[in-house]
Write a protein that binds this ligand. Sequence first.
Ligand code: SF4
Ligand code: SF4
Length: 346
Amino acid sequence: MREYLRDIVKCVKCGRCRTVCPSQQVQGWESSGARGRMLMALGMAFGLEPSNSLITSILTCTTCQQCVTECPSGADPHQVTRAARRELVALGHASPHQIEMQERIGNTGNSLGDRSSRTAWLTETQVPGDSGYVYFAGCLASYRYQSTAAATYGILKRFGVGLLEDEQCCGSPLFRLGLDASDLIAHNSRQIKAAGAHTVIVGCAGCYSMLKEQYQGFDVLHLSEFLAERLDELCTRRLDISVTYHDPCHLGRAYGIYDAPRKVIEEICTLVEMDASREKASCCGGGGGVRLGYPELSGSMAGELKENIPAGIDYVVTSCPLCFRNLSDTGVKVLDLADLVWMAIE
Ligand code: SF4
Ligand code: SF4
C-alpha cells in the first residue's frame, strides 16, 4: 500500500463521510466507514498484519463513492479500498466469496457460475445487426433477467445494433473485489474488435463503469444515453403510471449520467424524485461484492434506501440489474429502464 500513501494521507479525518457511507450507517462502527478504511489502509502501508476485522472493513465497502462526493479534501476512499483489496489478495487473504467469484467466472465466464447458454434470451426474430453498435448484455441480464435482455435488444435491434459472438463477463465483479480481470478484458476486447464495433451499448451500470475504465479502443454508451438521443424514433406511448428513479452509483456518481434516464422516463410517464437523488442518491447496498459476501448487510442497506422511496408511486425504475435485484428483495416493485420503454412500445 506504500504507493498509495499520497492518496491515503489526503484524508484529514474530518468525519464528513460518516454521514453518507451506507455501510457505516448500518453497522455504526468507525471501521465500517470510509474514514476507518483509510486508517486501515494507512496501517497496511506500514506493515500492519491484517486481522479479520480489518479484512471485513475493507470488504464491506460497496464502492458507492458517496464518500468521494462528500470529501472536502479530495480523498478517494473507494480507490484506496480497492487497492487494499488487491493487497490483501496478494498477501494470501482472499476471502471465501472472493475465491467463489473467481471460480464461478473462471469455470463459466459469468459471475453466476451458470453453465447454460448466455444468449438463451435471444429469439429467432432477433437477428444481430452490423451498424457498428453492439449490445453488451452483461451476466445478470443474460442469466437472471432474460426478459430485460430481450426487451433491451428488442429496442436496440430497431437501430441495427448487433451482438458479440461470444460475450463473457465484463470483469467488473473481479475488478471490484481486487482480483485479476485481465483475461476477460482481453477476451471481450477481441470480440468487440471482431464485431467491427465502434460503440458498445450496455444496460448495466457495473458493465458501463468497467468498460469505460478498463477497456480501450471503442466508445461506451449506457442504454439511457443511446435512447435519450433517439426519443423521436422510439415511438413510445404515454403510460398512466408514476415512477421514481434510483440512480445507480456506478452510473450517477461515477459518470454523472443523471439526465439521460430521466429524459427517457419523462417521455413515457410521470417521474417523482426521491428526496435524495442524483449525486446524493443512496446506495442499494449490492455493489463491491457486498451482496455476495455479506448478504445481511447488503439487504439492510437496501432497506435504508427503501425509506427514501416516495409514497404512491407504481414502480422504482433503475438502470442496473444489481440495483434491480437488491431493491426487489426488499419487496419494492422495480422496473429496469428497458422494461419501462418496452412496455411503452409494445
Ligand atoms: S475521507 Fe474525506 S470526508 Fe472522510 S474523513 Fe477523510 S477527509 Fe473527511
Ligand atoms: S465507497 Fe461507499 S461504502 Fe465505500 S467507503 Fe465510500 S461511502 Fe462507504
